[in-house]
Design a protein around this ligand. Sequence first.
Ligand code: SAH
Length: 450
Amino acid sequence: MQKNEIYRAAVSGFTSEGLGVCRVEGCAVFVPNAVPGEEYDLRITHVGSHGAYGKIETIITKSPHRVNRLCPYAKQCGGCDFWHIDYEAECEIKAQRVLDALNRLGGQNLSRIELTGAKTCVGYRNKAQFPAAPGKKGPEAGFFRKGTHDLIPMERCLIQPEAADKARDIVIAWARQYCVSAYDETTHTGLLRHIFVRHAAATGELMVCPVVNGESLPREKELVAALRKGLPGLRSVALNVNTRKGNGVMGDKTRILWGADAIEDILCGLRFRISPRSFYQVNRDQAEVLYGKALAAAGLHGTETVLDLYCGTGTITLCLARQAKAVIGVELVEAAIRDAEENARRNGIENARFFCADAGKAAKTLAAEGTRPDVIVVDPPRKGLSADVIDAVKEMSPDRVVYVSCDPATLARDVKLFGEKGYRLQSAEAVDLFPRCSHVESVVLLCRDV
Ligand code: SAH
């Protein structure tokens, strides 16, 4: 295969980043803006050791699922992947990815995966992190161009609620008015790095948190006044300090400039406190669907002891608690555990205990102490479970393991490992929490062989 040459190929699959996969002379070519079922003349733009990249030169067979992009920034913006495809085909791509992973990497023989799509693709995200950078007219904020750190200033990000865009615009207008500088990555100078906004979909509460390369901002009072005037749902203005180099968005220190230190949302009928740094699923409505599926898979009758590993602020744990005798939540981040305990208190839940620890270490300790949960729920980050977690889970020998996953590939790898420990896949389904983006969540139930 030669760079700059043109080859004819059809789309045979999609990568986890949302690129189409076409086969040319037996090699994978990754193609942006591909649609299932289409055939192209591709121009090869790069040939590397892990595959080649190609650009659509001509669409030979056009799919009826190709649509005009509703988002004017979609072609350049690194945020979303699927604005050029209708939602039905997007859901199909995601279900297929989970199916392929479980069959190919997980050693399963499933014929299909049920995916629950979202009711809306617009305004669903409850967390925005707009990077800021110096522009011609002063600071600007938006999103980065795909694969770069070039800023695309934007007026409206369609997957965010309008309030998030408004919050960003207010901060930028304030920064321009008072000559507050934006952060420049190349020189590590300037103040305003990111504008972080959180929105609680059920209560309408809003938190705005500028992330700055310094301990404070000039004209903090004026910023608070402008935000309060422009944002009716505003409950909290915080300032996060991040003076480190690199891509990490949030620093370790947060100071409240105005209002509460957290906002509150309602999820599965429970009230949750969301502080700036704690994990909270970005799509509230679909998180309810996901948790509902996890709960159904747990199959509780009120007599069980349940262990919830990677519990974050206790969202799944507290849903489980209502249907179990006792639940134990384990989470690495201390602030999240404090939130989880507070969440249990404010919802009057008394049968939940939380531990701040590494999931693997905690599971080992609990196993050694003779804790024998009936059900274990895991919801790890993308890298999945480490071998010691799987070993400790096996040692506790629960009847059921419910695995909530945000990465089909690591899920499939772990399903295979659980299989070697005597846990068989009983059911698997997917839920779309990230419309227009390539991520997908899955819930699988593993049952112990008798
Ligand atoms: N179940 C929660 C959180 C899921 S996100 C929810 O749905 O809201 C995954 C969580 O795992 C994060 O809160 C992260 O802080 C935590 N985590 C990451 N590595 C961990 C580890 N080694 N041990 C325990 N928790 C960990």
